[in-house]
Design a protein around this ligand. Sequence first.
Ligand SMILES: *Cc1c(COP(=O)(O)O)cnc(C)c1O
Length: 360
Amino acid sequence: MNRVYNFSAGPAVLPEDVLREAAAEMLDYRGSGMSVMEMSHRSKVFDDIIREAEADLRTLMGIPSEYRVLFLQGGASLQFAMIPMNLMKNRVADYIITGQWAKKAAKEAALYGKVNILASSEDKTFSYIPDCSDLPVSADADYVYICENNTIYGTKFHTLPDTKGKPLVADVSSCFLSEPVDVSRYGVIYGGVQKNVGPAGMVIAIIREDLITEDVLPGTPTMMRYKTHADAGSLYNTPPCYTIYICGKVFKWLLNNGGLEAMKQRNEEKAALLYDFLDSSRLFKGTVEPASRSLMNVPFVTGDKELDAKFVKEAEAAGLVNLKGHRSVGGMRASIYNAMPRAGVEKLVSFMSEFEKCNG
Ligand SMILES: *Cc1c(COP(=O)(O)O)cnc(C)c1O
């Protein structure tokens, strides 16, 4: 077996302990005589799995009782439509554009109503988070939307926007469970789990109860109504059972490793190793304004496309894989999610330092 250090933005690295446990339970899950992949989602065994997963997530994030936790399919991208279909009572919503994912979400919402762009960082290739302390929030907006961590550009909202009383809707796909959050500040927090939590194929949406209503846009399919899934405890139809099971294991791994406070500290230390190196390097440069830097996704460049390609190739040969930047921006990107060990970041930094000596 030869495990590599996997810097993929998603699907991404998972904790090795979790993978080992899942392997051990593959053929016979706790005396059931079958794999979790093979069992009925209506069985007692699976019911315990999904309930425990939700309870552990509630503990981890300190989710208040008036919030519902939904396990949904369709990836983060289906939420781009479900959010307006369920929340746009006035058919008006305000979006803050900090990258491609927010842009896609705004474009989708515009199919259903009026979308106001409150702020954007597109003028500088999304390399910063705009000041959102006093935005012209629309009086009739149904919600204010952000992408909290911008996976492609490597920026993060370190201060949430002042939404002037409107519900805040946040896509946290790439910063989910990376640090503590105050759930009560949001109307909806949602994220695709394949970045920092589990296997692909599922979104977790944490929604304030009063936002889950029958009053949705006409024509909203049953499967796209939050109420359908809230009323059925995420078991309206067959859910992604195996993904829920693995996410549950990751929640336990996080709880056993000190919870989100400890995770934040580890993530800050890992990110500092890389950012400190970038700030002192003669060859490599970070592409994000320091105040807006993400702890999870770290883009960098040499300034020379051929040298970038050489770096990615040689890094891969050294067991540091998936460092190529997003196809829309080029350069490199190291995604250093919760499950990336500190040793992986240390190895990356020492490899970069060697590469600089040979190519600088
Ligand atoms: C990856 C990503 C998405 C898209 O996720 P899918 O599950 O592929 O639809 C959306 N938003 C953010 C911030 C992401 O990182």
